[in-house]
Design a protein around this ligand. Sequence first.
Ligand code: EPU
Length: 421
Amino acid sequence: MMEKLIVHGGAPLKGRVTISGSKNSSLPILAATLLTGDVCTIRRVPDLSDTNYMTQILAELGAEVERASGVVVVEARKIKHVAPYDLVRKMRASICVLGPLTGRLRKATVSLPGGCVIGDRPVDLHLKGLEALGAQITVDGGDIHVDARKHFKGTTLNLMGKHGSTVLGTDNVMMAAVLAKGTTIIEGAAAEPEVEDLANFLIKMGAKIEGAGSNRIIIEGVKELHGAEHTVIPDRIEAGTFLCVGAMLSDGLTIRRCAPEHLTAVTETLRKCGFPMEITKDTITIHGNPDAKGFDLTTLCYPGFPTDMQAQFCALACAIQDTSTITETIFPQRFMHVAEMKRMGANIDLQGATARIRGGEHMKGAPVMASDLRASAALVLAAMLAEGKTEINRLYHIDRGYEHLDDKLAGLGAQLERAKV
Ligand code: EPU
């Protein structure tokens, strides 16, 4: 049943919110459990439709999967090499079973991901990396076939693309290379905390990896991996989204169980705007500021400003009585939220991949359409800022990546409810 979110704007927010485990860490880590026949236990997996798709794919591949309150137990004793199209097509991140299947079975068939609203999202770098390791790759009938039975050996390769490095591409090559003979050096590796988290899980499984979290990862192949337990890192994008909520609408909002060290680009931008913050080891408290200044930001690979926070900062800019600019370099077409925010009265001028936002305009609720996960989150923020009622349709986009977002916001005093369409 399709659902929509009805938001009544203008409510002042206050309080504390607990951050969930990272979606973008959980997905490749769940895929990595395919690398062993032993039992793996993954904790703090957020309850989202994307993590559900991933556990369904593991089960379809032959793994036994149990899931209860954030803990997923996987035993992939005997697995198939063909990932089912019907599940794969629902989530682009399914591509990250390609590396583990290649590593363990030396062959894999996974559907080529289709188009995506946030822009062209090719997988050429994933395939280039696996090919460098010796795999033969063919694309046929919409499927990627990887055959690494004859040749599969460590090598030095470079995964840097024209928009920077690739997160899931680095994950895939790393997950394949841990079981390839010899040494693999990935130059131009993605340095995102989620890549490091995956490497830490692989190391617990017996993999030999150095340098994860930097742009050069060195992997010494091992014969086999064993079962392991792991707790995924806090979701830095959920945390960043709540920081925007706090800056826009609160008189003191504390986010708990977060990792402030993964959020420096976001907190530095907020601090420069003039939003007061107190940061401890795992909490950040932020306060609103009616005299906050505008910002100029450019999305970059980690540790630069994350593309996954761009849309939410667009909503924040609407609340600041000043002009801000946002330039998107990772996914230059990722501005689906702009047209919807304009329908609510936002003053945004989009030229190419740069949005110029004049904040402080009077915004008024309107029916709007969610288009992708982060754009949808940004619309929820804009709706809380606007006067009156906003209806956000296609709520399933939010349920892909924010665990209980509406309950968490309601706990802070937001006026919102779900309704059937
Ligand atoms: N790219 C290529 N060739 C490739 C792969 C990527 O040209 O083979 C390009 C992309 O088109 C893009 C850039 O490289 O311009 C970066 O894409 P990347 O591969 O890093 O994206 P991803 O790994 O598919 C992950 C996150 C995204 C996040 C990006 C960038 C997961 C499951 N997804 O995607 O998260 O935006 O990294 O940080 O980890 C989200 O959570 O809402 C989301 C979209």
